[in-house]
Design a binder for this molecule. Structure first.
Ligand code: ZN
Ligand code: ZN
Length: 255
């Protein structure tokens, strides 16, 4: 018989280990998995989406030794950490999380991003401050949650780094970015975000779910650096690849 009185003495890690052993369904394909996590097939599909030969700054595949995205627009951020490309299993997980509003997936996604951050080379500064990209107010009302903020919160707990959503605000009156292409987004981003007081010399990690055109991260990095940030790293779940029309279509769907 279970001794219920001892359960309250379990640490968070003990609970996590217990839950992970409980049989449940893989959230993507519904085959048997452990603790509601991805089954081995889906997990490997996620990890394998990113191949080698990536740009060291923005993680886009290089073409003849050059990055087409960085050549089109030199990014203001210092580097990007991304878990998977926006294709296959990864794209479906993002769809389930953002479109189907499966909030519980934030734990799996934060786990995956935390693992990517822990293994990145060179490692991030131990004094890094996490700042989620603020969602549109209409989006929060429709979904009931902010996808980037939930991942940032999970990441903060897993990496033991401070999460400061107060350092970046989104204007209520800002233009809806989702309807715009890359060039138009850059112009329309003016005035949409404003920074709180950024500690001088701070290392900031801007957390988002999908990097589509990269314009938003570029714009926010410029703002943060103007306020005194020393470095800005992007931390995202999915990295969309720039094929003609694709990233703008993603922007329309997921902004
Ligand atoms: Zn699966
Ligand atoms: Zn690049």
């Amino acid at each position: 018989m279970l001794d219920m009185s001892r359960w309250c003495e379990w640490s968070a890690d003990t609970w996590r280990g217990f839950v992970r052993r409980v049989p449940a369904d893989c959230p993507r394909c519904m085959t048997r998995a452990r603790g509601g996590r991805l089954c081995p097939g889906c997990a490997s599909g996620l990890i394998d989406s990113m191949g080698t030969g990536r740009c060291l700054v923005c993680r886009h595949p290089q073409v003849a030794g050059n990055c087409p995205d960085c050549a089109a627009q030199a990014p203001a951020f210092d580097r990007l950490i991304a878990v998977f490309d926006y294709v296959g299993v990864g794209a479906e997980l993002i769809r389930l999380y953002k479109v189907q509003r499966r909030l519980h997936l934030s734990a799996i996604l934060a786990d995956a991003l935390a693992t990517a951050v822990k293994h990145c080379d060179p490692p991030i500064s131990p004094s890094t401050i996490l700042v989620p990209v603020p969602a549109r107010h209409e989006g929060i009302i429709q979904r009931g949650f902010s996808p980037a903020a939930e991942v940032a919160r999970g990441l903060s707990a897993r990496l033991r780094l401070p999460c400061r959503p107060d350092l970046l605000h989104r204007s209520l009156a800002g233009t809806k970015q989702a309807a715009l292409g890359r060039r138009a987004r850059l112009g329309a981003l003016e005035g949409v975000y404003r920074c709180g007081p950024v500690p001088r010399g701070a290392h900031i990690a801007v957390v988002d779910d999908v990097l589509t055109t990269g314009s938003t991260l570029h714009h926010i990095a410029r703002l943060l650096k103007a306020q005194g940030a020393a470095t800005v790293t992007g931390m995202v779940l999915a990295r969309a690849l720039s094929r003609v029309g694709q990233t703008d279509e993603l922007a329309r769907r997921f902004d």
